[in-house]
Ligand binder design. Structure first.
Ligand code: HEC
Ligand code: HEC
Length: 414
């Protein structure tokens, strides 16, 4: 589906405004919405205007909604091109040793295969590197920070953050390095105009955001199946999908919708949906014993004690590639990096093994003893037959999108 947003007619904008206001009131009245309402209509109008004024043509999988784009950073192909270069650019680290891509590998759906990564100084990050498939739709970014409202804001953390140091940039020397490279002078000029002056901190972040918004994954065998090709996945995977969406496993409550997460946002929605859950990975024993502020989840940011151990439910797209799992990378297969070494394992063997452990954690109702912030109506032990477990794993593996991980538009341009 190709959607062009070239129309800038005032009539359309007014119509949009009316429909938006109507649907907003309607939904709120009908459902007595308790969901967090974190955006207001004015911002939406601005976003819509930016979308309409942009000549950017989205290349979206069938049925996918158009991502929401901040008004101040409308999409353009030239920004996407620049952002792609910057994503792979080691000059964006203080010692030129790492780039964004050092922790986000395309062949792993932009995760990195490690439990937790290290930045340029070797300092270890307290959390697992997230995959970036469909990151454009995430209402909030990172595992647990509700202040990370968009990609333009988020990239400040890896670029300049000190707790932990990731790319470790300080001062403006990195801008000097970009300015002395004629390729970048040209790319920035095409994206933002204004020659060398356009090479600044904000345009770096904006271009990175535009590129990442194009990382859209929607061509997995399961998508193909949902679009009518009944032979795209095995009978086992199809049964697994039913189990995932049923009231025994309850998975869909937190990993539902087209992006397999309950925290997503796109242009067809009027309100941002923001949810954090403790899925039982974070235990009372852990909290009382080793209490590490970086692993407190949402509470680290809000300071509210009932937010202890709550994290954003990750999108399960490409989950067959994104192990080790959970915010701390605590669920992994038995492979060469683990104590129980089993040689000759393929990526799929490892994914099956690790996903089996994830399912075991859920069927046990979380890691005992569970913390009080666990919603025990959804996270509680349940019985699963060996065949049902295999079905669920086969379903989760059918979310791997080969086209996404091989798409040359996302690869290193140099
Ligand atoms: C040292 C490894 C490392 C580097 C380098 C790195 N990241 Fe990450 N990335 C992570 C980790 C770890 C997380 C999870 C952060 C958290 O929860 O606090 C993450 C999270 C993200 C997210 C949030 C994804 C989501 O679904 O919420 C985005 C977007 C992102 N990184 C983009 C980037 C960009 C852009 C760069 C380069 C400017 C970059 N990363 C560099 C490790 C890294
Ligand atoms: C109450 C909400 C909730 C329910 C129900 C739930 N999950 Fe999760 N899921 C989460 C959260 C939150 C995380 C991240 C937890 C963390 O990082 O500590 C997660 C993480 C995962 C991960 C790891 C993904 C990654 O990239 O690290 C997988 C796989 C997963 N869930 C599968 C399932 C399956 C299968 C079910 C049903 C048996 C299920 N979930 C039910 C909330 C939920």
């Amino acid at each position: 589906m190709r959607i062009s947003k070239t129309s800038s007619s005032l009539i359309w904008i007014l119509l949009f405004y009316i429909v938006l206001n109507f649907s907003n009131c309607y939904i709120t009245n009908q459902l007595g919405l308790t969901k967090e309402k974190s955006d207001n209509n004015d911002l939406l109008i601005l976003a819509a205007l930016a979308g309409l004024n942009s000549d950017y043509v989205w290349d979206l999988p069938p049925g996918f909604p158009v991502p929401r784009v901040p008004a101040e950073n409308p999409m353009s192909q030239s920004k996407v091109n620049l952002g792609r270069h910057l994503f792979y650019e080691r000059k964006l680290s203080q010692d030129e040793s790492k780039a964004c891509a050092s922790c986000h590998f395309q062949n792993l759906a932009f995760s990195d295969g490690r439990s937790v990564p290290a930045g340029i100084t070797g300092q270890v990050h307290p959390r697992n590197s997230q995959h970036l498939s469909n990151v454009a739709y995430n209402t909030r970014l990172t595992w647990n920070n509700p202040n990370m409202i968009n990609l333009e804001v988020q990239s400040r953390v890896p670029l300049f953050g000190t707790s932990p140091i990731e790319l470790g940039l300080s001062g403006e020397s990195y801008l000097g390095k970009l300015k002395s490279d004629p390729t970048y002078v040209d790319l920035f000029n095409q994206a933002f105009g204004g020659g060398e002056a356009s090479i600044n901190e904000q345009s770096v972040r904006f271009a990175l955001a535009s590129f990442q918004r194009t990382m859209i994954s929607g061509y997995s065998p399961f998508d193909d199946y949902q679009n009518g090709n009944r032979s795209a996945i095995s009978a086992s995977a199809a049964r697994g999908s039913n189990f995932f969406n049923g009231e025994i496993a309850e998975c869909f409550h937190c990993h539902g919708g087209f992006n397999f997460t309950d925290t997503s946002l796109h242009s067809g929605q009027s309100n941002a949906e923001v949810f954090y859950h403790n899925n039982g990975t974070h235990t009372v024993a852990y909290y009382n014993g080793l209490g590490d502020i970086h692993k407190e989840g949402l509470k680290e940011v809000t300071g509210i004690s009932s937010d202890q151990g709550k994290f954003r439910a990750p999108s399960l797209r490409n989950v067959g590639l994104t192990f080790p799992y959970m915010h701390d990378g605590s669920i992994m297969c038995d492979d060469g990096n683990n104590p129980k070494i089993t040689s000759g394992k393929t990526n799929e063997d490892c994914a099956r093994d690790a996903l089996g452990k994830v399912i075991d954690q859920y069927t046990n109702g979380g890691v005992a003893p569970v913390h009080t912030s666990v919603d025990t109506s959804l996270i509680r032990s349940f019985a699963i037959q060996p065949q049902e477990k295999q079905d669920l794993i086969n379903f989760l593996l059918s979310l791997t999108d080969q086209r996404f991980i091989n798409d040359s538009r996302f690869s290193n341009p140099r």
